[in-house]
Design a protein. Structure first.
Length: 382
């Protein structure tokens, strides 16, 4: 499933790429599909199974629930409103949403703090999914809430209130920040306030369409349309065998992690974003101003305004985002210095079992993914 080299500008070892992707499948991932881009060349590949019941294979053009990659789209939509003068980055959120975030918190928390997760607002996830316990405190989790919420339609307001009610331990503006979907649901409400249009509709109109994406958007139904894989959730070995959650009401994440896309569209989006075709150069510079943030995995990451900076030894700094929802994991990264891009979709999430301390054990899938990523980023001039 390799596309030919378009120009003799950059060389990709396509056989090595396909072999490395096959290794991800052989290590235990049901299905993986990816697109790698570099100046003058694009490669797409797939390995494994989209449906374990039928044996249907994965294809590189399948749609995927992309999770928190949604945050880059939401951030871009907010920055475009900053460019129009409707939003100020360092204005208090209480100026725009006085009833939602009243009082001192509304005065101290700025729009920028929501975008870079330094607001101090807590994650609502463990309260919307009670069996997850003190997520991500892994020893406490159980899978029951995943099934209970499959067709539950959450109101954004109730999720925000859950997050705000649990807040108070972290100072607004303090670092490291704490990654929280509450921030990005508030940004969705902010977009609606200043545009008069539903946030998902506005992001689709002002960002997705502007980038020329054909297979990206917010589904309004629990069922995915178009070619897609089943999406299997392992929940660290607590769901065995892993269960398909491709059909799911995504109101639980909305403007934080509710989008569907393809690996081709994701590369196109991040390519255009860093080419200055989605937001202005000054807005992009703001998006690239990072602070330390504690991710849901517990690791410390460099986070900008809806962008994650990833330093890959020997390959430089990449920008983009990772995303996961129940049963799916996606990543999309771009190196603005050399134009190298990688978007990868996986149809099994949380495959690692837990050790006696409740920490995920390393799995052969992890080693295979590292090897594929290095193969994908190893481009050279032809």
């Amino acid at each position: 499933m390799n596309s030919p080299v378009a120009e003799n500008v950059t060389v990709l070892d396509t056989a090595k790429l396909q072999s490395a992707l096959d290794d991800v499948h052989r290590a235990g991932m049901p299905g993986a599909y990816a697109e790698v881009r570099a100046p003058g060349v694009t490669w797409r590949g797939a390995a494994g199974i989209a449906d374990l019941d039928t044996g249907r294979p994965v294809e590189p053009d399948m749609r995927q629930r992309v999770g928190s990659i949604t945050k880059t789209f939401t951030a871009a939509a907010v920055l475009r409103q900053v460019e129009r003068g409707r939003i100020e980055l360092d204005a208090p959120i209480g100026r725009y949403l006085p009833r939602r975030v009243p009082g001192e918190r509304g005065e101290r928390v700025t729009v920028r703090m929501l975008l870079n997760h330094t607001s101090g607002f807590a994650e609502y996830l463990p309260y919307a999914f009670p069996s997850l316990g003190a997520w991500p405190s892994l020893p406490d989790i159980r899978p029951e809430s995943l099934d209970a919420n499959r067709f539950r339609h959450f109101r954004r307001e109730e999720l925000i209130e859950l997050g705000l009610a649990a807040s108070g331990r972290n100072e607004p503006g303090g670092t490291p920040g704490v990654y929280s979907n509450t921030n990005y649901l508030l940004l969705g409400e902010l977009l609606e306030e200043v545009t008069g249009t539903a946030a998902e509709e506005w992001i689709t109109r002002d960002v997705v369409a502007r980038a020329g994406l054909r297979h990206t958007g917010f589904p309004d139904d629990p069922h995915l349309e178009g070619p897609h894989s089943r999406m299997y959730e392992g929940l660290f070995g607590l769901i065995a065998p892993p269960r398909d959650y491709s059909t799911y009401d995504m109101s639980w994440v909305r403007t934080g992690a509710g989008m569907v896309s393809t690996v081709e569209d994701l590369n196109r989006f991040y390519g255009k974003l860093f080419a200055g075709e989605v937001v202005s150069a000054s807005s992009l510079a703001e998006m690239r101003r990072t602070v330390p943030v504690i991710a849901q995995t517990g690791e410390r990451i460099d986070y900008g305004l809806g962008l994650h900076k990833v330093e890959i030894p020997g390959h430089g700094a990449f920008w983009g985002h990772y995303g996961t929802v129940w049963g799916a994991l996606t990543m999309s990264l771009v190196n603005p210095d050399n134009g190298c891009q990688l978007s990868l979709a996986l149809n099994l999430a949380r495959w690692n079992e837990l050790d006696s301390e409740g920490k995920p054990r390393r799995h052969p899938i992890d080693d295979a993914l590292d090897a594929f990523q290095l193969a994908a980023l190893s481009v050279h001039s032809g």
